[in-house]
Design a protein around this ligand. Structure first.
Ligand code: B1M
Length: 232
């Protein structure tokens, strides 16, 4: 027999379930997030809607309270782990769209920065849109990016930074590509919460991507343009 105050996720209507998932994400409850994610999928939610409507929106609340000093690193780490558990369920579903092969992207979070949720989300959505993605993980020095583009020969290099102290490193990577005469061979896309369009332009990226959906659309447009130029 369930306790009076025990919440049965599967009995909640969608709207309440999403609010409960926000609470569970806040409290870093990985298993509950996994369960909520599965329930929404079983109810016919698309993987993309679960991702944005339940998980990303919940992480926004965590982010706001972290900023305001209400939550601290250990708590946010638990939230991040719960978020990742939900994303792990969604990943194969997002990749399963049968989209035609669009191109290849190497992506990684820059040196000094260990934030990877947004980067992982971009990688997932890009895969879902038909891109092959090589994920370099976190804390990447310029050498790592250069090595990866030499080995993988991608269409796109993607960089993520979540800290105002690490975002300038994107310029280090782009400047090094220029010095080595490599810059024009690749589309460079950048993203992360503290960036904006102006910053993207100032450091010489091809585009700043506000979120994962914009990253996919921008990648599609720029890859198609590049292929047209090559075949013209
Ligand atoms: Co960090 N952290 N954190 N943190 N953390 C921020 C970024 C912060 C804004 C919180 C705050 O308000 N104070 C703040 C930065 C302030 C600043 O620089 N101005 C901050 C800080 C200060 C820190 C530490 C320094 C804290 C400390 O130790 N005292 C430390 C730094 C560690 C380091 O990196 N060296 C730190 C640590 C951590 C945790 C480890 C606890 C954890 C990371 C866990 C993980 O990633 N595995 C964490 C988290 C979770 C956050 C917040 C709360 C959430 C980030 C997140 O995952 N958002 C964040 C607050 C915030 O952003 N409001 C914060 C959800 C994600 C879906 O969004 O990452 O923006 P986002 O990605 C989006 C877009 O930006 C875009 O698409 C994504 C999907 O739509 N995008 C791209 C991102 N990358 C892209 C790449 C592309 C394209 C688009 O390439 C083409």
């Amino acid at each position: 027999m369930a306790d009076d105050d025990e919440i049965i996720l599967s009995e909640l209507p969608d709207e309440e379930l999403v609010l409960q998932m926000h609470d569970d994400l806040y409290d870093g409850l990985k298993e509950e997030i996994e369960e909520g994610t599965r329930i929404l999928l079983d109810r016919g939610w698309t993987p993309y809607d679960v991702l944005t409507g339940a998980l990303v929106s919940g992480m926004k609340i965590v982010g706001d309270d972290f900023r305001d000093g209400i939550l601290f690193v250990p708590e946010v780490l638990l939230s991040a782990n719960a978020m990742k558990a939900g994303m792990t369920i969604l990943k194969p579903l997002l990749a399963e769209t049968g989209a035609p092969r669009m191109g290849k992207m190497v992506i990684g979070t820059v040196k000094g920065d260990i934030h990877d949720i947004g980067k992982n989300l971009v990688a997932m959505m890009m895969e879902g849109a038909g891109f092959e993605v090589v994920d370099l993980g976190i804390n990447n020095a310029v050498e790592k990016y250069l090595e990866a583009i030499a080995t993988e020969q991608p269409d796109i290099l993607g960089m993520s930074a979540l800290l105002t102290t690490t975002m300038p490193y994107m310029k280090v990577v782009i400047d090094t590509m220029k010095e080595k005469g490599l810059r024009e061979d690749y589309i460079v896309l950048v993203g992360g919460a503290p960036l904006n369009e102006e910053f993207g332009k100032a450091i010489g990226a091809d585009a700043y991507c506000r979120d994962a959906a914009v990253a996919v659309e921008t990648a599609k447009t720029l890859v198609a343009r590049k292929h047209n130029q090559l075949s013209a």
